[in-house]
Ligand binder design. Structure first.
Ligand SMILES: Cc1cc2nc3c(=O)[nH]c(=O)nc-3n(C[C@H](O)[C@H](O)[C@H](O)COP(=O)(O)OP(=O)(O)OC[C@H]3O[C@@H](n4cnc5c(N)ncnc54)[C@H](O)[C@@H]3O)c2cc1C
Ligand SMILES: NC(=O)c1ccc[n+]([C@@H]2O[C@H](COP(=O)([O-])OP(=O)(O)OC[C@H]3O[C@@H](n4cnc5c(N)ncnc54)[C@H](OP(=O)(O)O)[C@@H]3O)[C@@H](O)[C@H]2O)c1
Length: 457
């Protein structure tokens, strides 16, 4: 452990994605000694392992920012450490070590399924696993995923466009169909992301599909022309296609089951057609019409967002989110960052939530940054209000003693810097914009073989 500030109080931030990193820096700037614990060897979370792999400029810009944040001497990094009820350490372990406060920024690591019959068939995947796979996060990077030639994507958000991008431009599959339970006016993806695949849209099929959507949209007063323009206008400036893949939309179609062969392989996605019911608050509710049909597909990928890890060790609310204190004592911008036990109707003292751990699958990196910052401010209000005599030497001493007993490598800030340097060197040697080791073993080997480390030995 690097030297500790005398009399500084120790705090723990769990998760080193954008929310955790910016929160750690705020806490460090305020004079706390911060233990930053992260499941992955590398920090960055979805900025490293979610953002599409060819967005080199954005990713290297974020990595540079993260390096600057990590320059704070009072942020101590512990990578390759999973905190969970069944993890390397539990929340209770951390509490008993004497950390004065804990900010949980572990993102949304649980998988959100719809509970449809047939979800177990071969060829059914969740976008998160595939995103981790192509962005080289172990162990997903080491698994094989059988993607066929006719892919149904459930959902029409930016994750759908990322998966369409991968299946159309990298895998060059024959056919990709985005299935939406609502209509063209309630698409969630952005024009910029759509432009990666927009030129693969089968225009004739789209015109036919859109014409069928018009009466449903008009029935609830939606702007039909604007919705059509949102899809068609960006095509002019979209990326030139580099495959013959055809992209289709299937709107007003709510998945009801996955159809499979006797061999247990996906053959289609059954949907129930929907219409919209206007709600008083201006939103709509998709309502089934009773008419069902099957969209032929050999692969079905859920692109419907994620949920938090139910096994992390924090209580959940009825929406399967980490429960938050409904009457926060330390709100920031009218938002509760306080973890809560709904059964006993009590906040969990000193435990705070931020980023996608607070609100799963919500927003871009900038939003996670702001939420992490706000979460750290909520935690600091609590710490100011709850004076304590916790000593950083004690908490960090106990933490490192426990980590030493795990029998696995724990990655320090210096190790992470060595790994970053080794990957940059490898990219330069190969003439690539970016290089990533695809397994933990390779990353750990690169850390231990990096020249500075050899020099130290
Ligand atoms: C496919 C995809 C593409 C995206 N593309 C973009 C984009 O192009 N531009 C953009 O601005 N935003 C993009 N986003 C959104 C952005 O990535 C998120 O807003 C942001 O990363 C959320 O930050 P977070 O810190 O809350 O969570 P995460 O980024 O998920 O970080 C969570 C961290 O917690 C760690 N962790 C998890 N569980 C544990 C545990 N049990 N113990 C210890 N550590 C743990 C993980 O290792 C990880 O480092 C994308 C998201 C996805 C899913
Ligand atoms: N390149 C980028 O900038 C980028 C890339 C990826 C992700 N992100 C960001 O990451 C966040 C998460 O993205 P996301 O695409 O996962 O989420 P999203 O934008 O919320 O889209 C989720 C999609 O899934 C559908 N869906 C949700 N529950 C469903 C259900 N029960 N049945 C059928 N369909 C369902 C939604 O339909 P309804 O609208 O009908 O609910 C919506 O179309 C977003 O903020 C996104 O912008 C950004």
């Amino acid at each position: 452990m690097s030297s500790l500030i005398k009399n500084a109080r120790p705090v723990a931030v769990i998760g080193a994605g954008p929310a955790g990193l910016y929160a750690a820096k705020e806490l460090a700037d305020a004079g706390y000694e911060v233990a930053l614990l992260n499941r992955d060897i590398k920090l960055g979370g979805l900025a490293e392992y979610g953002i599409y792999y060819d967005k080199h400029k954005m990713k290297s810009g974020l990595r540079k920012q993260f390096h600057r944040l990590m320059e704070a001497d009072n942020i101590h990094y512990y990578g390759n450490v999973k905190i969970a009820a069944d993890g390397d350490l539990s929340l209770d372990d951390l509490r008993s070590m004497g950390f004065a406060g804990i900010l949980v920024t572990v993102g949304a690591q649980g998988t959100k399924w719809l509970g449809l019959p047939g979800e177990h068939y071969k060829g059914v995947y969740h976008a998160k696993d595939l995103v981790y796979h192509y962005n080289k996060l172990p162990p997903f990077s080491q698994k094989t995923y059988q993607i066929g030639e006719s892919v149904a994507l459930i959902g029409v958000g930016n994750v759908m466009t990322d998966i369409a991008h991968w299946t159309i431009r990298d895998l060059k599959v024959d056919k990709v169909t985005a299935v939406a339970r609502r209509g063209p006016a309630e698409i969630k993806f952005t024009k910029k992301e759509w432009q990666n695949v927009a030129k693969n849209l089968d225009r004739d099929a789209f015109e036919k599909e859109f014409a069928e959507c018009v009466p449903v949209m008009e029935a609830v007063g939606q702007d039909v022309e604007m919705a059509k323009d949102f899809i068609l206008a960006p095509i002019a400036n979209a990326l030139e296609p580099d495959s013959d893949s055809c992209f289709y939309f299937d709107f007003f179609a709510n998945p009801t089951q996955i159809v499979g062969s006797e061999a247990g392989k996906v053959t289609g996605l059954e949907v129930e057609e929907t219409k919209l019911e206007a709600r008083p608050d201006g939103t709509t509710k998709p309502v089934g019409t009773g008419v069902k049909r099957v969209i032929p597909a050999d692969t079905v990928i859920f692109c419907i967002g994620d949920r938090v890890d139910a096994d992390f060790g924090l209580p959940l609310n009825k929406w399967q989110e980490f429960a938050k204190n409904p009457n926060p004592k330390y709100p920031v911008e009218d938002t509760s960052y306080e973890a809560y036990d709904p059964e006993n109707d009590q906040p969990l003292p000193g435990i705070f939530l931020a980023g996608w751990a607070r609100e799963a699958s919500y927003g871009l990196v900038g939003i996670a940054r702001k939420d992490g910052t706000n979460g750290s401010h909520a935690l600091m209000q609590y710490l100011d209000d709850t004076p304590g005599s916790e000593r950083a030497e004690d908490a960090f001493g106990k933490l490192e003693a426990q980590l030493g007993k795990l029998g696995k490598p724990v990655v320090s800030k210096a190790d992470w810097l060595r790994l970053s340097a080794a990957e940059q060197d490898r990219a330069a040697a190969l003439g690539l914009e970016e290089f990533k080791f695809g397994s933990n073993d390779e990353m750990l080997a690169a850390i231990s073989m990096a020249p500075e480390k050899l020099g130290e030995q």
